[in-house]
Design a protein. Structure first.
Length: 644
């Protein structure tokens, strides 16, 4: 369809107006008569006219007399600037010769305010009547909910990980699929339990949303105009609950439901319904009121040592607001109040009760396609039926970090990367760069050194300004166990996995003096003796001084249950020749200066897609935490990066 539109032929005026002519298909005599009359009228008329004809055309143009009209006198004619004309004075167009060229022309169009999709939920607990439409395709969301500390369980906190896909079937119907999982022990110690009980929650299911009231203001998918929506949302879920055991799956710790001292594991069928009403009171304000019901089990453990109290069903009322001063930024807050008959929270004494769920946060839309969201909340459930629940064993404030990707939404346009910039976009060795490969690019890299470290990564650019780290896995080996960080996160017996992403906020390709980006990853060491995770973040700046020198600066740090190491990475990329680059790097670990390390690499640009680094380094490894730990011996290794 896109090629058909762009290849539409230009029509002549005679062809456009022919259907409206009153003097078509005249016989020869009639045509001659009309032509004679026209000439006589033209001689007496005060209006000069010209008869336009086309070869082999039956269309005849005749002058229109201005007799009886009363034109205004003393008219003043002014020359308007080209920007104010209803159409440009010069139209430059180039028809695409392929679908790829057509898509590139479409992607060069800058996003409009109405291209930004408003939030589908105000926090996790309050659904809105906003939805993904057929035009936007689908929205993928990945998120994490956690308290700020690990409590009795230790580590970085009780993590609840979740993912969700919302698919727009039509302008009114949206269907969704989701999954969440949490496997950390309880946050608080439980009375009369000798050990901290293991806890395991996994929920997966589907939901649908039908907008049966959709005012005209919303029909154009603009969130900056007045209007209202009323929707019905229903979900059905399988909720697996394990208490006791190690992570709730074996017999190593007591459960919270009875005194059997054994694992209690139940697969429950749960669900929810909601009726959100959302309206825009102005171009910047949106308000939502949502009544709903969550259907949860009232007991667990029946047939496994005795039934114990659990949450039960809840009728609730929720509401919230969104203030969006500009399309890229939104501030929101919400609250949910349960009315029973069930509960939504329990404490260390196993007292179940009803408490309100509060949320407030910031949504940062990098463009209509990519959105990042941070929330402060006391809610911990991550699915429609469980979103009203607090952290098991404690009602406390935590945080939620969410990532949204809307598949068919417009991207940020930018100029193409040069061959050298593509090399910079593949990253460094232990110091990162602020560039990402173009939209649609997949990057694979693998690394090995003489001390038997091995790491690999799969990454995908889902926007010109965002690269998704689908996975980064590998093994540390022979890392000096000189501090608690090394003994927890860089052991020989476990493999490490991490996921995350890098977002570019400024770029010279869009008029900025340098590249500025941020990168966040999370994951854990799967060594059975550790099984601990951490969050790694870095702020990255890259300045391309000239066509042979680029400088990189990144502040990096890790948030873990052991300590929070941080430092500053500095590096340069020197173009030695067409196919070779020299990359010196240094990581200055300010939290523990004894861990400061350096790397020297020679990069061979085999072609536009493939480069190979040969390096010497005394960093413990290339994966995140390894950049903040020092190796006692120099490691010699290679890193291969392939982009396609």
């Amino acid at each position: 369809m896109l090629l058909q539109i762009l290849h539409t032929q230009i029509a002549n005026a005679e062809e456009i107006w022919s259907p409206f002519s009153l003097e078509q298909h005249l016989g020869n005599d009639a045509q001659q008569s009309k032509l004679k009359d026209s000439k006589n009228k033209a001689q007496n008329s005060t209006v000069n006219s010209k008869l336009l004809t086309k070869k082999n055309s039956s269309l005849l143009w005749t002058p229109i007399s201005l007799k009886g009209s009363s034109p205004k006198k003393n008219l003043i004619w002014k020359v308007l600037p080209n920007s104010k004309l209803p159409f440009p004075t010069k139209i430059k167009s180039k028809s695409p010769k392929s679908f790829e060229e057509a898509q590139a022309m479409l992607n060069a169009i800058k996003p409009r305010p109405e291209d930004y999709l408003p939030p589908l939920r105000l926090g996790m607990a309050v659904p809105t009547a906003n939805q993904v439409t057929e035009m936007e395709g689908a929205r993928f969301s990945a998120y994490q909910i956690s308290p700020f500390t690990g409590g009795e369980a230790g580590g970085t906190g009780n993590q609840n990980y979740a993912a969700r896909v919302d698919y727009g079937v039509s302008e009114r119907l949206q269907i969704s699929g989701f999954v969440s999982e949490a496997d950390d022990p309880l946050y608080s110690s439980i009375v009369n339990r000798a050990k901290l009980p293991g806890n395991f929650w996994r929920s997966y299911g589907a939901a649908f949303q039908w907008n049966f009231i959709n005012s005209n203001a919303f029909q154009s998918n603009q969130n900056n105009v007045r209007g209202r929506k009323l929707a019905f949302i229903g979900s059905i879920e399988a909720w697996e609950v394990g208490s006791g055991g190690s992570k709730g799956q074996d017999g190593a710790s007591p459960n919270i439901f009875n005194d059997s001292g054994k694992l209690v594991f139940t697969r429950n069928l749960v669900g929810s319904v909601a009726l959100p009403l959302t309206w825009n009171s102005s171009a910047k304000w949106q308000t939502t009121i949502t009544p709903g019901v969550s259907f949860l089990p009232a007991t667990q453990g029946d047939g496994q040592g005795g039934a114990g109290e659990f949450y039960g069903n809840n009728v609730w009322l929720a509401g919230g607001g969104l203030w969006q001063p500009i399309p890229e930024i939104g501030l929101f807050s919400s609250a949910l109040m349960p009315f029973g008959p069930g509960t939504n929270s329990f404490d260390s004494n196993l007292n179940f009760k009803r408490v309100p769920i509060y949320s407030g946060g910031l949504a940062w839309n990098l463009n209509p396609r990519i959105s990042l969201e941070g929330t402060l909340t006391n809610g911990w459930g991550a699915t429609p039926a469980t979103a009203l629940l607090t952290l098991p064993s404690s009602n406390r404030l935590g945080y939620s970090a969410r990532f949204h990707y809307t598949y068919d939404a417009p991207d940020t346009p930018q100029n193409e990367l040069s061959r050298r910039q593509l090399s910079l976009a593949s990253g460094g060795v232990t110091v990162n760069t602020a560039l990402v490969p173009p939209d649609g690019t997949t990057q694979l890299w693998a690394n090995v050194d003489n001390e038997e470290n091995f790491f690999g990564s799969i990454r995908s650019s889902i926007s010109n300004i965002f690269q998704l780290q689908l996975t980064n896995v590998g093994w540390f080996n022979n890392v000096p166990q000189t501090n608690d960080l090394a003994t927890t996160y860089a052991t020989d017996k476990g493999w490490n996995w991490r996921i995350g992403g890098k977002a570019v906020s400024l770029s010279p390709l869009r008029g900025a003096p340098l590249w500025v980006a941020g990168r966040v990853t999370l994951g854990r060491n799967k060594d059975p003796a550790s099984n601990q995770g951490y969050v790694f973040a870095e702020s990255i700046q890259t300045w391309e001084a000239n066509n042979w020198l680029a400088l990189n600066l990144n502040t990096k740090g890790a948030w873990s249950g052991i300590s929070n190491p941080w430092g500053i990475g500095m590096s340069a990329n020197v173009q030695l020749s067409k196919n070779f680059q020299l990359i010196p790097e240094g990581n200055f670990v300010l939290s523990d200066k004894s861990q400061t390390n350096g790397t020297l690499s020679l990069r061979w640009l085999a072609n536009d897609s493939l480069n190979i680094d040969i390096y010497a380094s005394n960093a413990a490894g290339l994966m995140d935490m390894g950049q903040l730990l020092k190796s006692l011996r120099t490691r010699f290794g290679a890193k291969l990066s392939l982009m396609f």
